[in-house]
Design a protein around this ligand. Structure first.
Ligand SMILES: Nc1ncnc2c1ncn2[C@@H]1O[C@H](COP(=O)(O)OP(=O)(O)OP(=O)(O)O)[C@@H](O)[C@H]1O
Length: 765
């Protein structure tokens, strides 16, 4: 590898990031090494191949001396380590420190043979033309031209071969031939080489002369060649010096190259670290960029919000400024108003002082009034106490009135005719009298002679209600007995009459009643009685009375008691599993029914629920037994327990409201089978009712209450000495019902004639 030549690898490895100084170094290093005489030949290029100490002796060194314009030359020398035997033409050029032993140039041996193989004439001709001698094999010494007098090809060993004086034909020495070569002149000024004539073997003298001339010529030639050789040696010394300098320079450049390579490796390592650093920096940069973009986005949002707020604030500020202007105007106006107010304030203060005097007077008056109120409260308390006493007195007087009216009373009610019932002469007439207590029934019949005779039966009861009488008017007469029940008396109100005479209408009213129906005009005695009880108990609460109400609803059908409030009536009636309802006397002597459903009637809604359930259960029963409602007695019982916490009084009343079964006679009903059985049961119970009333009227010791379920159930309310009984006899005014009406009126007259003993008020234990 030539000194000063930067290897291509090192050029490629040169770091791209090397700074300008490094680049400049490489440029210098890559520049061709200049020979010492480069100043004279600036365009010359040399390629020197010399053994590098590291690489050993086999390293080839090539020196390109380049061309020296038209006279440039190119020398290639191969060093084979030690001096080659036979390299006599090479010489050591004195002290050459940079040259290694054995690195001397050698001339290849074939050079001589080549030279010998050529015709002297041709060689001289070539010499004359200055063409490069072809002494060295191709690739060894390409061309060498020497200037000056020594330009003649030197070092040619061919001359030495001639001195051996061989015969030209045998030795192969070139024998100049005749021709243009003979006229060619040598550059060394010796003239043409003497010609050896082709002489016969026998011409020894001639041949000796030729050889002498040739020898003389060769001696001269040798001398001239020595001169050229000396010049070449000088040049070789110069070249050696130059080579030594180049070697030195090479060593320096090698050191520089190594340093540069080290620096390059360091720079590459640094580059890698820098690249890694750059990557991390780029990553950080990217993350920072994304963060900054987020922040930018956030800031943009904030900016837009702030702009909106700014707009809002600007608008607000504008409105505030406008308000400020208004307020300033208001303030100025208020300032003027204040002056006026202060003046009026002074006037008001004077008034306040006057009013304070008035207030103090009023306070004195209030104190006087408070004393008056206190005295009046005391008076009220006294009056309330007096009222309570009067309430007690009222109860007594009310009871006295009821007793005077009779503990058993009978009201007659005639219902209106409906439909085609009006055919024929009306049998019922109501004589006009002030007391409205008379009724006449006219019965038409044929005597034994077949003549029609009319017989009028006059009846007189406690009250007779005409067909035009309203439910309201009827209840007015009943309400006093309801009050008696509240006062603690057993009260029994029942309706008697044939089927369809108006019993249910009188006792209950419409079949179904809801809470919204409480103001209906056709409401019967039961809902009106309950409403009156609620209204009265709420008023009595102001006088210290508290009441609890419990109700039950029973039905007596074929002498069997049914509970109309039982929740499972539908199922139990179908299966016959309803618990047995037996009548018994409790410890306090009250008549009770076992297993009966008792409902706390604490509101009007509860009463309506109670009546609705009873109606539903009765409807179910009617489905099973035709027209059962007409064939059974229904008994609604309300127990009223009252207590006065102020007076210590108490009361325990019972209100029985009974809708009896139809009272038609067995003969007129014409019934048979089950209907006959029903009728017999009804007639029996009604007869027992008559018997009880008659026994009570007679004052018998034994009253046959237990002869029927009905009288047994009503024992407490029927003439037990303190009871109050009211019977409605309901009459159908149609001609077809004349006979039944007559029977009903006769039964009612019998009841009405009874005078049951004085009622005694029951006190709750
Ligand atoms: N005072 C009255 N004013 C108007 N309609 C009446 C009056 N009395 C009864 N009625 C009507 O006569 C019909 C029969 O009345 P209701 O059902 O009350 O008779 P009843 O004696 O209860 O019959 P049953 O024994 O079959 O129950 C009903 O349509 C009823 O509305």
């Amino acid at each position: 590898m030539g000194t000063g030549i930067i290897p291509p690898g090192s050029m490629l490895r040169a770091p791209s990031k090397i700074g300008a100084p490094g680049k400049r170094k490489l440029t210098e290093a890559s520049s061709p090494v200049k020979a010492p005489n480069d100043s004279t030949h600036p365009a010359a290029k040399r390629q020197i191949k010399a053994p590098v100490p590291k690489l050993g002796n086999t390293t080839e060194r090539t020196v390109h001396a380049g061309r020296r314009s038209s006279q440039g030359f190119k020398v290639t020398a191969k060093s084979a380590g030690a001096s080659q035997p036979g390299a006599a033409t090479s010489r050591q050029s004195g002290p050459r420190p940079a040259m290694r032993p054995g690195a001397a140039r050698r001339i290849p041996p074939n050079r001589t043979s080549v030279t010998q193989g050529r015709q002297p004439g041709a060689r001289d001709a070539a010499r004359a033309k200055g063409v490069q001698s072809n002494l060295a094999p191709p690739g060894s010494i390409k061309r060498r031209r020497l200037d000056g007098p020594a330009g003649t090809q030197s070092g040619s060993p061919s001359n030495g071969g001639v001195s051996a004086l061989p015969h030209p034909a045998k030795t192969g020495l070139a024998v100049p031939s005749d021709g243009p070569e003979d006229e060619a002149s040598d550059d060394d000024g010796l003239g043409p080489q003497p010609k050896i004539k082709d002489r016969p073997e026998s011409d020894v003298q001639g041949r000796l002369r030729d050889l002498e001339r040739l020898t003389a010529y060769m001696i001269e030639k040798t001398r001239t060649a020595k001169k050229a050789k000396n010049q070449l040696r000088v040049e070789l010394d110069n070249n050696s010096t130059h080579v030594a300098q180049l070697e030195l320079e090479k060593g320096m450049l090698t050191a520089k190259v190594e340093a540069a390579e080290k620096q390059v490796s360091e720079l590459q390592a640094e580059k890698r670290s820098r690249e890694m650093e750059m990557e991390s920096v780029e990553r950080q940069h990217r993350s920072q960029i994304s963060q900054l973009q987020d922040e930018q986005h956030q800031l943009q949002k904030t900016v837009s919000q702030l702009r909106e707020e700014l707009d809002t604030a600007s608008a607000s500020l504008k409105s505030k400024r406008e308000e400020c202007v208004r307020l300033e105007a208001t303030v100025s106006k208020q300032a003027s108003d204040q002056v006026e107010l202060e003046s009026s304030c002074r006037g008001l203060r004077a008034k306040v002082e006057q009013l304070e005097d008035v207030v103090s007077e009023r306070e004195i008056r209030i104190a006087e009034l408070e004393e008056d109120v206190a005295s009046r409260c005391h008076t009220i308390e006294e009056l309330e106490a007096k009222l309570r006493k009067e309430e007690t007195l009222r109860r007594g007087l009310h009871n006295t009135i009821q007793e005077l009216k009779g503990n058993i009373r009978v009201f007659c009610r005639v219902r209106p005719l409906c439909g085609d019932e009006a055919e024929g002469k009306a049998p019922i007439t109501l004589p006009s009298c002030e007391d409205h207590n008379q009724i006449e029934l006219t019965q038409t019949s044929e005597n034994a002679l077949g003549r029609a005779t009319a017989k009028t039966f006059p009846f007189k009861f406690d009250r007779v209600f005409s067909p035009e009488s309203t439910q309201d008017a009827v209840f007015d007469e009943v309400s006093q007995l309801i009050q008696s029940a509240l006062d603690g008396y057993p009260v029994c109100i029942f309706a008697y009459g044939q089927t369809g005479s108006g019993k249910t209408h009188t006792m209950q009213g419409p079949d179904s009643i809801s809470t919204q129906d409480m103001d209906r005009p056709d409401l019967g005695i039961i809902p009106r009685a309950v409403r009156q009880i609620y209204e009265t108990t709420s008023k009595l609460a102001q006088r210290g009375w508290e009441y609890s109400l419990e109700g039950q609803f029973l039905e007596i059908y074929n002498e069997t008691i049914q509970d109309l409030l039982a929740p499972t009536t539908r199922n139990t009636q179908a299966s016959g599993k309803q618990a047995k309802l037996d009548i018994y006397q409790d410890n306090e002597g009250h008549t009770r029914v076992k297993n009966v459903t008792t409902v706390s009637v604490d509101s009007a809604e509860r009463v309506h629920w109670l009546l609705a359930r009873a109606a539903e259960n009765r409807t179910v029963a009617a489905t099973n037994c035709n027209e059962r409602s007409s064939r059974s007695h229904s008994v609604f019982t309300l127990y009223l327990q009252g207590k006065n916490s102020l007076t210590g009084e108490s009361s325990s009343g019972v209100l029985n409201l009974i809708d009896l079964a139809g009272s038609e006679r067995l003969s007129s009903s014409g019934s048979s089978g089950d209907r006959l059985k029903e009728t017999q049961a009804i007639n029996k119970s009604l007869a027992c009712l008559g018997d009880v009333i008659a026994a009570l009227a007679k004052g018998n010791r034994h009253i046959p209450y237990r002869n029927s379920k009905l009288t047994h159930l009503l024992q407490e309310s029927l003439g037990a000495g303190n009871s109050k009984t009211l019977m409605f006899v309901c009459v159908n005014p149609s001609p077809a019902s004349t006979q039944e009406s007559l029977c009903s009126l006769q039964f009612a007259t019998k009841v009405n004639s009874c005078q049951i003993g004085t009622a005694k008020r029951q006190a709750a234990s």
